[in-house]
Design a protein around this ligand. Structure first.
Ligand SMILES: [Zn+2]
Length: 266
């Protein structure tokens, strides 16, 4: 942890400092994977709260690329969009509208990821949406909601519609827009997004190939969720930590590279 982060961390609880490091690493990992959209899109993580405290979460400051996000510059905001620290960065309105609505409505959604990957955006434009006829999409059967496009998501009137579209599911196709996933922790949410992203990529590739697609029988699909990787928190953490090592990122100084999420981006 850098001296800058250590100084700021004096005002954070140990748990908040850990969550900031973990979330900053995730932003860097998304950059490494190419899951970025200029300075837009968001990954948010709920902060622990005392019984007398309002719910709040960490979000990226508006104006920075994911590669520039650090533990120190993440912004803590409440569900009304108010920044906890007056000297923290600004927050993008669309990010607040989408993420605050879902954090408020789904207490189990500690982490929310939203992306505009090409594959996700492309599938979101299709009338059929995501079909459950490939290895990855089979894992998502009965767990994908759809939200109709209502323009750029900056109006608070859209929030109840977003919440209703997601329901109790963990994956949401924002039609004509992109993908959104929720989860109980960051690694599980990452795993869910990975599966959804791969499902979209494979569907597009299959649709571009000659010949009809073969359906997976319903009785087989119904057996898949019980064993799917998207609900295995310990497996997801193994995957996530391996990806951080592969990208040269850790939630602390890396034993080999010395790089951490507090380090300047490479
Ligand atoms: Zn978006």
């Amino acid at each position: 942890m850098s001296a800058e982060v250590m100084a700021a961390a004096l005002t954070w609880t140990q748990e908040e400092a850990r969550l900031r490091e973990e979330l900053a690493a995730c932003y860097r990992l998304f950059d490494w994977l190419g899951w970025t959209e200029l300075i837009f899109n968001h990954i948010t993580l709920r902060l622990p709260q005392a019984a007398d405290e309002a719910a709040s979460y960490l979000i990226n400051p508006f104006g920075l690329h994911y590669a520039e996000v650090t533990a120190n510059n993440l912004v803590a905001i409440d569900l009304a969009g108010q920044r906890r620290d007056a000297d923290a960065g600004d927050v993008n309105r669309a990010g607040f509208v989408i993420h605050s609505a879902i954090h408020a409505a789904r207490p189990d959604a500690h982490c929310i990821m939203h992306v505009h990957t090409t594959a996700g955006c492309a599938v979101s434009c299709k009338e059929q949406g995501l079909r459950h006829d490939n290895f990855y999409s089979a894992m998502l059967v009965d767990d994908v909601g759809y939200h109709d496009y209502q323009g750029v998501t900056t109006r608070s009137e859209e929030q109840p519609h977003l919440v209703a579209s997601l329901g109790q599911r963990n994956h949401l196709v924002l039609r004509h827009h992109g993908l959104l996933v929720v989860g109980p922790d960051l690694p599980t949410t990452f795993m869910r997004l990975w599966v959804m992203q791969r499902a979209c990529e494979v569907q597009l590739a299959a649709d571009a190939g000659a010949g009809p697609n073969r359906e997976i029988p319903r009785e087989v699909l119904q057996g898949v969720p019980a064993s799917r990787v998207t609900t295995d928190a310990s497996g997801a953490r193994k995957v996530y930590e391996a990806m951080l090592r592969r990208a040269g990122l850790t939630t602390g100084p890396h034993p080999h590279t010395g790089l951490s999420t507090s380090s300047p981006p490479r």
